[in-house]
Design a protein. Structure first.
Length: 192
């Protein structure tokens, strides 16, 4: 997947469709979100920091407790061709005058708000374009693959659980944890 995403460069040469696909795939890999989280990303709840873009979610998501807060942080990555933050900012610039919604991800045809099923379809399309068997791997595979890569790459379990918005480590340990982990960021562990 990463080899395929690297081929989608430079950003200015991509169609809006491919730019959208690359942006959503990089964010899915870098943050292990659910489709509901991706569709709930809103420009009004976005904060740009020097080395990250942070989204807050004032509405309840699948695992959010009442009174709890969840944030999604998209960090800067050294390799610009795989930098989710850089790609997201370029995507937002490219769609600024076209969008009809404050949702981060909008239809590349109508520029209106999209649904979780659209996000899932786009992620499956990226898998297909990368030559990955979509009969076996689905949109949710991004979540498991990035969490597994983070664990294998040396990310601490607490960082993985926080990033992927899992309350407990039970399922993660059962299905994904394969090696001892060290203390590096989720993003760096996935993309290294």
């Amino acid at each position: 997947m990463l080899r395929f995403l690297k081929t989608l460069s430079p950003l200015h040469s991509l169609t809006l469709k491919l730019l959208t696909f690359k942006t959503i795939a990089l964010i899915a890999l870098a943050t292990a979100p659910r489709a509901q989280t991706l569709v709930s990303m809103n420009l009004r709840n976005m904060l740009r920091e020097q080395q990250a873009v942070v989204f807050t979610f004032p509405n309840l998501l699948k695992t959010t407790r009442v009174g709890g807060a969840y944030t999604l942080q998209i960090e800067h990555f050294e390799d610009e061709s795989l930098c989710a933050m850089h790609t997201l900012l370029y995507y937002l610039k490219k769609t600024k005058g076209l969008r009809k919604s404050n949702q981060v991800f909008v239809s590349y045809v109508t520029f209106c708000a999209i649904t979780s099923s659209t996000i899932a379809r786009w992620l499956r399309s990226v898998l297909d374009l990368a030559g990955i068997d979509t009969q076996y791997f689905k949109a949710h595979s991004f979540r498991g693959a990035s969490a597994s890569a983070a664990a294998s790459g040396g990310c601490k379990l607490q960082n993985i659980l926080k990033t992927a918005d899992w309350r407990t480590d039970k399922n993660f340990k059962k299905f994904y944890l394969r090696k001892p982990v060290h203390d590096i960021s989720f993003y760096k562990a996935v993309f290294s």
